[in-house]
Every structure is written in structure tokens, then in C-alpha cells.
Design a protein around this ligand. Structure first.
Ligand code: SF4
Length: 209
């Protein structure tokens, strides 16, 4: 069933923000992922494009004045905290990792501002390693489809890892993020036109359909 649903979603799939930016360097993907947290893709994409044109790598970001960075990030959620983290993280990447983004979950989550979701996104999208990044879409849709019965994203990640074959982990975030942005919306999901309606008890039980 899981494989079937993912393959149906694959047919309708439109690239997520991180797929659209996949030609970026590992460092730029890390920064883009970090900035995208709690911010709309339509806000994040033009800002990261602008920043990387002028400041493409960690050596450039450590030189930029904090106030200037804050003004570049102004429309991004928590821009002041993120600006500080970007500068700290750039220095660590230079000094501790010889300008390379680390490839393990532990190393990634030790970087300023990098939590579970960001680290798992980097593992999956940048390094093509098995990881399930649970954001609000993945958490909501997994519960609506009754793949899991969880309250918090961390529980969802653990529960999904137990039921999804490892080779499919990498697909969950990109397919559910797109499905959650277009069809399985947080409020008033478009169940009527959902391609996986027949596998979803939540959708089938809606009386208003
Ligand atoms: S049927 Fe509705 S609730 Fe179920 S996955 Fe589709 S859009 Fe989401």
C-alpha cells in the first residue's frame, strides 16, 4: 500500500523547492534549507538566489556585515537568529570541516540552527542518503493516511522508519511536501481531486465530499 501510494504521488509530482535548487553546492543547499524553515518557498527562493549571486560560499558569508545580512533576510521567518547562525555555521564549515558540508546526521545537527528536519533534508536531497525529513506536511499526511498515529514530528519520523522500506525513505519528504502544498492542504484538503483518495480513510469519511 505504501509503495502504491508513493508511486501514484510520483506521477503527479512537481519539484519541491529543494529539488529546484539541487544544482546548488552542498553548502548552498544547507543554507537554503535552513532559511526555508517556517518560511514560504516563494519567499525563500528569490532570497537565496540573490544571496548566492553575491555571496556564494562560506568565505563570503563570514565577511558580510551582520546588519547587511539581516536586511537581505528580512522577509524570512526568524531572520535575525538565522543571520547569526549563518555566520557561525560558515565559520565552523571553514575551520572544522575544511569548507565541506559534513555528511552525518550527528555532525549536521551539531551546526548552529540545524535541527533534525534540516539535517534529514540535507542527507536526502544533497547526499542522496536514506533519511525521512518530517516537516508539517509529512507529519500531517502520514497521520491522515493512517500510516502512523503520532502527535509530534519526531515520533512520526521513528514510526515511518519502521514501516517504510529504507530505499523509499528519500522519496517521502519530496512527495508529501508537494502533495501537502497542492492537494492535502492543512485546512480543507482537496480530497475530491486527490489521486490517493481511495486509500485514505480520512478523505473517504468526509461527509462534505
Ligand atoms: S484524500 Fe484528502 S486527506 Fe487523504 S491524502 Fe488525499 S487530500 Fe489528503
Amino acid at each position: 500500500m505504501i509503495k502504491k501510494i508513493l508511486s501514484i504521488l510520483e506521477k503527479d509530482h512537481k519539484k519541491t523547492m529543494l529539488e529546484q535548487l539541487s544544482h546548488y553546492t552542498h553548502f548552498q543547499m544547507l543554507i537554503a534549507t535552513l532559511l526555508s524553515s517556517r518560511t514560504k518557498d516563494s519567499t525563500t527562493i528569490p532570497i537565496v538566489k540573490k544571496i548566492f549571486t553575491k555571496y556564494p560560499g562560506p568565505d563570503d558569508l563570514i565577511k558580510i556585515d551582520l546588519k547587511e545580512l539581516e536586511s537581505l533576510l528580512f522577509s524570512i521567518g526568524f531572520y535575525k537568529v538565522k543571520a547569526k547562525n549563518l555566520k557561525k555555521l560558515s565559520r565552523i564549515i571553514i575551520e572544522r570541516y575544511n569548507r565541506k558540508v559534513p555528511e552525518t546526521f550527528e555532525e549536521l545537527t551539531s551546526l548552529p540552527g540545524v535541527g533534525r528536519k534540516t539535517a534529514n533534508c540535507i542527507l536526502a536531497y544533497t547526499f542522496n542518503k536514506p533519511a525521512i525529513a518530517v516537516d508539517t506536511h509529512v507529519h500531517r499526511i502520514s497521520n491522515r493516511l493512517e500510516w502512523v498515529k503520532t502527535k509530534y514530528p519526531e515520533e512520526t519520523e521513528e514510526a515511518l522508519k519502521k514501516i517504510i522500506p529504507k530505499r523509499l525513505w528519500i522519496d517521502v519528504n519530496r512527495l508529501f511536501v508537494n502533495h501537502g502544498q497542492t492537494t492535502c492542504l492543512p485546512v480543507n484538503p482537496k480530497c475530491k481531486i486527490c489521486p490517493v483518495l481511495k486509500y485514505c480513510r480520512f478523505g473517504l469519511s468526509r461527509k462534505d465530499l
